[in-house]
Write a protein that binds this ligand. Structure first.
Ligand code: SF4
Length: 319
């Protein structure tokens, strides 16, 4: 039977990362790394406390040892489950372009020298992309498949202010377009359930982002993690997490708005369960994914069904 959605070979109604890899004949798993970099939103250049949901320790992840040691440990873990998989060296913790370019290049060379590393993903902020770094990233992209992962989280400046994001939608777009001008593949991160945001706001973010035609997108719900300012808000009843029902509705609506060719690299979170305070439903990824699939079928819809590039130029237009 023919698949309903063009970027699927198993009746999924959105463009999954696994389909994207399968269709290119690659089997890759992310090896998560911590290069020990800080963030301008923590060290005082853009802000002091960091984003509302960011760990007071400075990052979600604390890898041990040198990058080579981290990569070899990750390689062993990955190969225990999938011996034939190659690795994506994923610089996840902190802001991974926030250092002198010579230091960044040392990190990249160390990762490139590790066996089975076939791709690289570098997580950063859109306001941390000076020309020399973009130039170096473009050179890196000539040597290995590279994705730069940019945190947007929301297109609404009022929400960005509440969460202490430290950059605006316009600043995000400047960084994003810079990467595109340098020909660099870009994956944009969104968070659903940010304080004060409605379904309309979350759909509005997806609609605005759709207009940029991102190569890839990651979506997850806002996690209340131990040792964050958000945890204080949650304990004080100042923040109510999004329900699974509302999260599923938001994601399905966002998928309908995003271009079909955009790869959906993730639609569930991957929080450290020992630190996750809420919402606890987000820890059951299989159930969330099944609910999203089910809702897409019930609504007889799919990624890109409502994608209208011409109609989303104006940020103030109704969602
Ligand atoms: S941009 Fe990332 S690393 Fe920096 S404060 Fe926000 S969540 Fe933390």
């Amino acid at each position: 039977m023919q698949n309903l959605f063009q970027y699927s070979d198993n009746n999924k109604r959105y463009h999954t990362l696994s389909y994207h890899n399968r269709s290119r004949g690659v089997k890759r798993v992310k090896a998560v790394l911590n290069a020990g970099l800080t963030c301008p939103n923590r060290d005082g250049s853009r802000g002091k406390g960091g984003c509302l949901y960011c760990s007071r320790g400075g990052s979600y992840f604390s890898g041990c040892g040198s990058l080579t040691e981290q990569l070899l440990t990750e390689r062993e873990r990955i190969h225990r489950k999938m011996p034939e998989a190659s690795l994506v060296a994923y610089f996840q913790a902190g802001t991974n372009t926030y250092a002198p370019v010579s230091k960044l290049q040392q990190f990249w060379e160390e990762a490139l020298a590790c066996p089975d590393v076939e791709a690289m993903a570098i997580a950063t902020r859109a306001d941390c992309l000076p020309d020399d770094v973009c130039d170096a990233l473009a050179q890196l992209a000539n040597r290995i498949e590279l994705t730069v992962e940019l945190g947007l989280q929301t297109a609404w400046d009022s929400t960005a202010e509440i969460i202490g994001r430290g950059h605006t939608w316009d600043e995000f777009k400047s960084g994003y377009f810079k990467l595109k001008e340098w020909g660099i593949r870009c994956c944009v991160h969104l968070i659903n359930g940010l304080p004060g945001e409605t379904q309309q706001d979350m759909l509005g973010t997806a609609r605005l982002l759709a207009n940029l035609r991102p190569d890839a997108v990651k979506i997850h719900s806002l996690h209340v993690m131990e040792n964050t300012e958000l945890a204080d808000w949650w304990r004080a009843g100042r923040y109510i997490p999004i329900s699974r029902e509302d999260y599923v509705s938001a994601v399905v609506g966002q998928l309908e708005l995003l271009p079909p060719e955009t790869v959906i690299e993730r639609i569930t979170g991957d929080a450290d369960r020992s630190q996750l305070l809420a919402p606890l439903w987000s820890a059951d990824k299989k159930k969330v994914l099944a609910a999203i699939d089910r809702r897409l079928v019930e609504r007889n819809t799919w990624q890109g069904r409502l994608y209208r590039p011409e109609s989303v130029q104006n940020k103030d237009s109704n969602v």
